[in-house]
Ligand binder design. Structure first.
Ligand SMILES: Cc1cc2nc3c(=O)[nH]c(=O)nc-3n(C[C@H](O)[C@H](O)[C@H](O)COP(=O)(O)OP(=O)(O)OC[C@H]3O[C@@H](n4cnc5c(N)ncnc54)[C@H](O)[C@@H]3O)c2cc1C
Length: 348
């Protein structure tokens, strides 16, 4: 069977992962992006890439949870097929709160218990102070206890985006960088004065698809990246707070990602002082040794969100869309892309 010639608009996480899967399946693929492949100001490059179906259930629903659980089994398979190694860990998450914020942790725990399917409830374990110290020795004596969310993971999104780009090139995908897509139809992608013809067209432009998806909006998020040799964490730690939930995720070479703010705003401009204060204070309150951490980068980007905050794979006027990944792109992308590949290649 001849595989289709596919044009994909948008080379973020969704577009790259789809291009890679389709090219591996023998399709001719062309990828278009308004930016260069190493641009850092997209959601995919800014994200913390926590793979947290349990913790995110507090702010999402069964569908995201199920996509997340499926994706956690797919990520290791996908990463094993990439030529370049990508940092991936699945050692669970620790959740803590300072004494004065104990009610937030209590509420979070009850919410998870209420929303989790029966079969997954055992993944949430209550830790007393000594159990917490065993999971995270660095936090010993700093918190009276917490929660352990078994099976959750994280990956280094910068490494993943680079690894996908390398494989996409090797597989012969035509990558049109710096090419803003102005229009798409069932069989064509138009940029500036060029019109490219395809058998199948997919729109994966994140917030760039607003003209096609009227209910799509951008939700601003900011993260801080630091290096700190004097603190070691075994796994991501979530810090509950009455106003916001923040997490600190360890990365290779003594680096940490601290995230993330969430603001109902489509301003994708530089990180604000208020957000730096919130992220840095949370980090410092987790362990004072973070006071000497070196700031590597502060970034802001827009999460593409639909009204119900669920990701969507759908066909509109002949064009396929993968969008609305919101704060769950890394959590859900493998399962979503798998579903879309199935529809494009195997459905009648
Ligand atoms: C601060 C922050 C923290 C996050 N943390 C997590 C997390 O811990 N876990 C998790 O699962 N998710 C997280 N996310 C969410 C995740 O990053 C997104 O859901 C995901 O990256 C969306 O991917 P995308 O490919 O749909 O969109 P994008 O990354 O926005 O990619 C869209 C691409 O389309 C291109 N484009 C736009 N317009 C055009 C055009 N006209 N023509 C051509 N190209 C165009 C853009 O240049 C871009 O490359 C976070 C997001 C943010 C901002």
């Amino acid at each position: 069977m001849t595989q289709p010639n596919v044009g994909i608009a948008g080379a973020g996480l969704a577009g790259r992962l789809l291009a890679w899967r389709l090219a591996r399946a023998g399709c001719r693929v062309s990828l278009f992006d308004a930016k260069r492949r190493d641009a850092l100001d997209t959601a995919s490059q800014t994200a913390a890439a926590m793979l947290s179906p349990l913790a995110e259930l507090a702010v999402s629903d069964d569908e995201v949870f199920e996509l997340g659980q499926r994706s956690l089994t797919l990520w290791p398979q996908f990463l094993a097929q990439l030529a370049t190694p990508v940092y991936f860990r699945q050692d669970g998450t620790v959740v803590v709160a300072h004494t004065q914020d104990g009610a937030s942790l209590e509420h979070f725990s009850r919410l998870l218990h209420h929303k989790l399917p029966e079969a997954s409830k055992a993944q949430v374990q209550t830790l007393d102070a000594s159990a917490l110290a065993q999971y995270e020795p660095t936090l010993a004596g700093r918190f009276g206890g917490g929660l352990f969310l078994a099976g959750e993971g994280q990956l280094a999104n910068d490494q993943l985006m680079t690894a996908l780009a390398i494989d996409i090139d090797r597989l012969g995908v035509q990558w049109h960088e710096d090419k803003a897509v102005e229009a798409l139809t069932q069989t064509a992608i138009v940029c500036a004065d060029e019109k490219h013809a395809f058998d199948v067209v997919v729109d994966a432009r994140g917030v760039g698809s607003k003209s096609q998806l009227p209910t799509l909006r951008g939700v601003r998020g900011e993260v801080l990246r630091v290096a700190c040799k004097s603190v070691t964490l075994q796994r991501p730690v979530r810090l509950m707070h009455p106003r916001y939930q923040l997490y600190v995720a360890p990365r290779p070479n003594g680096e940490f990602v601290v995230g993330a703010t969430e603001l109902e705003s489509e301003d994708a401009g530089l990180v604000t002082v208020r957000s730096v204060l919130e992220l840095a204070s949370a980090l410092h309150s987790l362990h004072p040794a973070f006071g000497e951490a070196r700031v590597l980068r502060m970034s802001a980007a827009l999460r593409p969100a639909l009204d119900d905050h669920r990701p969507k794979v759908e066909r509109r006027d002949g064009v396929w869309h993968i969008n609305g990944l919101y704060r769950h792109g890394y959590l859900c992308a493998p399962a979503l892309v798998d579903d879309l590949v199935g529809k494009l290649l195997y459905d009648d």
